[in-house]
Write a protein that binds this ligand. Structure first.
Ligand code: BEZ
Length: 339
């Protein structure tokens, strides 16, 4: 009788060990476990925008596409609004392989991989559709590949709109009116340079600090996109909005190379096609919404207006002359799109 009880106990313990091992596999985001139709994955994706910004919606679209195309083998957990830290923290985690995916601003990347500067050539594209079409060019792909040596696979670009200029009190109608304004610009060398050349004093502030800075008068204005102007409620603290569309604003969809390189060609294809679907969704949805967004801002009391591109010509030239010779990919980009 004692022998039978002992055997029963051993069988029970063996089963517990097996269950624990199976659970461990499920919660490990980096290791794929095998299901009958192939490995299963629990991925993590991080980005900095709030959940109503287009990049978060694109992340949700990516999740949906991954699950659909992999028959449920690929799951994605999304960490929005800087939950995993700053973009520098996120890139470090992706490079180390503890986070699988990120949607990271090309602006931030321009300080880690110089070629991303190319995307900030002022007035390189006539509209968002033209910028979106540029995703498929050789030069855009070569720029993504410059991340390889950081153990990062650059997958694609996501556009949420072009940049505009917001001013707290001043009705700026020409570049010269910006002289001396304390102007928030994303911490990125080409953007800072562009605004310096306009005569503004660029203040390098990350997104989460911008609202309080303009509210309290630390800054007089900011470089922003229409989407974030609405989702972050900057219309509450800025009276004037010049819809200049002077630059595009890509996020780079990236993946840890540690994770990517271990996958089969079939699974890599699922990743690439899912991200492409999310990027197309992001750009096409947003390009149809500019009118509606401008109306939302006007209805909230802002003066929304345009400034003619011709007034910026000397500053465009300055940018090209400085950055074109600095890097062959930036030169190729400028030569490709300034026709
Ligand atoms: C910005 O830093 O201006 C920004 C970052 C992410 C999305 C939109 C704007």
């Amino acid at each position: 009788m004692r022998k039978i009880r002992k055997m029963g106990l051993m069988i029970l313990m063996f089963m517990l060990v097996l269950t624990a091992a199976a659970c461990g596999k499920d919660t490990d985001t980096k290791t794929a476990s095998k299901s009958e139709s192939g490995p299963t994955y629990n991925f993590k994706l991080a980005h900095i925008t709030p959940t109503d910004h287009m990049w978060h919606k694109a992340a949700e679209k990516f999740k949906e596409e991954l699950e659909k195309r992999s028959n449920g083998r690929m799951k994605l957990e999304i960490y929005p609004a800087s939950q995993l830290g700053t973009e520098a923290d996120m890139v470090q985690q992706i490079s180390a392989g503890s986070v699988d995916f990120g949607f990271i601003t090309a602006a931030y990347l321009s300080s880690r991989a110089e070629a991303f500067t190319a995307w900030f050539a002022p007035y390189a594209f006539k509209d968002l559709e033209a910028a979106n079409a540029a995703r498929d060019t050789e030069v855009a792909k070569k720029i993504l590949a410059t991340l390889d040596n950081q153990n990062i696979k650059g997958l694609d670009y996501l556009f949420a709109g072009s940049r505009l200029m917001l001013f707290k009190e001043k009705d700026v109608q020409k570049p010269e009116d910006m002289k001396g304004l304390k102007f928030r610009v994303t911490p990125s060398p080409p953007l800072q340079d562009f605004y310096k050349s306009l005569g503004a004093s660029p203040e390098s502030l990350p997104l989460p600090e911008v609202y309080a800075a303009i509210q309290t008068g630390v800054i007089d204005g900011m470089d922003m996109d229409l989407d974030a102007t609405i989702t972050n409620k900057y219309f509450e603290v800025a009276k004037y909005g010049a819809v200049t569309n002077h630059m595009v604003w890509p996020a780079v969809a990236m993946m840890s190379k540690t994770t990517y390189d271990k996958m089969s060609d079939e699974d890599k294809k699922i990743i690439n096609e899912s991200i492409k679907a999310a990027a197309n969704y992001s750009a096409t949805t947003r390009s149809g919404q500019e009118k509606e967004f401008k109306k939302t801002l006007s209805d909230s009391g802002m003066k929304i207006y345009e400034i003619d591109q011709s007034l910026f010509e000397p500053y465009i030239k300055k940018f090209d002359e400085k950055y074109g010779p600095s890097n062959p990919l930036i030169k190729e980009f400028i030569d490709t799109f300034r026709k």
